[in-house]
Design a binder for this molecule. Structure first.
Ligand code: DGY
Length: 326
């Protein structure tokens, strides 16, 4: 019997490959080779589905070379690697992996906020380098988190998780800005007040970015926005590279126009703007906000569920462009 042929573009959990093999002929990538766009297009020529991990670009050029492709299942909640309009035009379904990573990612957002405000990375480097020879009253004095004002830009599920942690755990005043205002019930649950982006930037002690990437959200924070922030403020980006103008941020950090930043995502990652590497007051992590093994396994299983749900049962779990199903 001819089974549907799918491609798994990166190395993933062996048990998830085994699940997929129960339903499909699977071409996998156990060596985790970083295939080029041309190689992926070539490999997809005879496939009906692809398991992507968020870094593989699927656009009109790729789709033109893959006449049998029906579904691209992303193991990530963000899907800016998909040109969804081109996929819809080609009648290819996109799916993502929401919900299963919400609390893990909110934990990380809060951890990065704490590490940045309290200068944990900077002080650890100092200690490891053998510079700690005596106590001084202002050594690595950072910013308080408890009782301060938390500003969240992008108040989806992860933003709400960070708001709850801030308000309920740390007694923070929470303000948020979002494309649309949330229901009063959710605002109440998160103890968060809606404000303009300008007011948020002017008043927050800690600004956390959780907004999805799109052309409209490109450089949500640039030189003009950084100039509005308090000189004592911290900026945390766990959203996507490109939401922040990294060159403008590096300049603001060098000039101490804001106190510090915590960045998990970068423009052009895995490359990092060289000026960010030379400022001490920034905590840099390699896009690991969702990285706990149980959560990564749940994300991989959800992408597999989408492939099985759609290609075997006609019912994907988390479709991004359900109009292609009709
Ligand atoms: C996501 O799921 O979008 C996170 O950034 C992890 O890749």
């Amino acid at each position: 019997m001819n089974r549907p042929r799918i491609l798994v573009a990166r190395a993933i959990f062996p048990e998830v490959i085994e699940r997929l093999q129960q339903h499909f002929d699977v071409e996998s990538n156990p060596e985790d080779v970083l295939w080029s766009k041309t190689q992926i297009t070539e490999k997809l020529r005879d496939k009906v589905g692809v398991f992507t991990t968020g870094g593989e670009r699927i656009d009109a050029e790729v789709l033109a070379g893959c006449p049998h492709l029906k579904i691209c299942a992303n193991m990530a909640v963000g899907y800016n690697n998909f040109d969804l309009d081109a996929m819809t035009a080609a009648r290819v379904l996109g799916t993502n992996a929401p919900d299963v990573l919400t609390e893990t990612t909110a934990d990380f957002g809060f951890a990065l906020l704490m590490a940045t405000a309290r200068r944990i990375s900077e002080s650890e480097h100092f200690l490891r380098a053998g510079h700690w020879t005596r106590w001084s009253y202002d050594m690595f004095a950072g910013a308080d988190v408890h009782g301060s004002t938390l500003g969240i830009i992008g108040m989806g599920r992860i933003g709400q998780g960070i708001a709850r942690r801030g308000a309920l755990g740390f007694g923070m005043k929470v303000v948020y800005h979002n494309r649309s205002r949330l229901d009063a019930a959710i605002e109440g649950e998160c103890k968060a007040s809606y404000v303009s982006k300008e007011e948020l930037l002017k008043t927050a002690d800690h600004v956390v970015l959780v907004v999805p990437y799109s052309a409209a959200s490109h450089h949500t924070i640039g030189a003009a926005e950084l100039a509005l922030m308090k000189s004592t403020a911290t900026l945390i980006n766990i959203a996507r590279g490109g939401i922040v103008d990294d060159a403008a941020l590096a300049k603001a950090l060098h000039e101490k126009r804001i106190a510090a930043a915590g960045l998990d995502v970068f423009e052009g990652e895995p490359k990092v703007h060289p000026d960010l590497l030379t400022v001490p007051n920034v905590v840099l992590t390699p896009h690991i906000a969702s990285a706990t093994l149980p959560t990564r396994l749940a994300m991989a299983n959800l992408a597999a569920d989408n492939l099985i749900g759609f290609l075997v049962n006609g019912k994907p779990l988390t479709p991004l462009n359900p109009e292609v199903l009709g």
